[in-house]
Ligand binder design. Sequence first.
Ligand code: CTP
Ligand code: MG
Length: 274
Amino acid sequence: VSVGAVLVAAGSGRRLGALGPKAFVPVAGVPLVVHAARGLLAAGVDVLVVTVPEGFVEQATTALLGAVPRTDLWVVEGGPTRQASVALGLAALDDDVDTVVVHDAARAFAPPSLVAQVIDAVRSGHGAVVPGLPVVDTTKRVGPADASGARPVLETPDRDSLVAVQTPQGFDRALLDRAHAAGAGRACDETTAASDDAGLVESLGEPVWVVPGDLAAWKITTRTDLARAERLASGEKTPHDKVPHDRPAHNLPAEPDAAEPAGAVCEPLPAEET
Ligand code: CTP
Ligand code: MG
């Protein structure tokens, strides 16, 4: 009976520009993935699985072992989409994990209080929980672009009924496994893959619950976000920046798991065109 986290850090960070994988970009001298891991562990997560890009397992393991005060840490390669990466992370989680939070390394400064609130909501019987913030902009549903690139507005949904959702998202483990197994056919292609895990649970017809989100859990996407993160991290100290750094480095990267991943196993992508 324990809480596991899948921290997805296998993206390329295309929108950040050519800085290498986003999760390895340092803020205040510390890679984003390490900031994110500290936040999860400070909230009482027992087991942490981190998915990283191909070729980054060693680098990530070294960085995490040097910086987080826990031994139950596994680093595995992710997949071609976020959905595939989560599925591969889930497959590496111990069987005794019954509550899972899935978190984006790009939301590196999600406070431990938010993580704990999501875990509590799952433990109190909500099988799928997402943090959500009120939408400040009027939001419109649009159709395909015409020849000039303009897109027709189809609908203006009532703003009070909309929330912008964040991670960490929390789940009953069996429910999340079932959702990823059912959605495995969508996992390998960015045009079909689910952009969050709650969406896969919704596709099962199971309820998903929203709890209040936190502005500090915003997703670092652009250079502007990175600059904001740098300002925040160098200015104020958050509790999870104060965890001890003297943890012995005796863990190893996870062996590829014998069990089938909950989701699809994706073929390697063809080399990217330049
Ligand atoms: N992610 C992942 N595996 C993928 C794609 C994304 O683990 N194949 C992770 C990213 O590392 C990130 C989270 O999913 O922590 C949210 O994705 P996003 O913010 O879009 O990050 P990137 O895909 O890296 O950025 P971009 O879309 O700009 O390339
Ligand atoms: Mg992306």
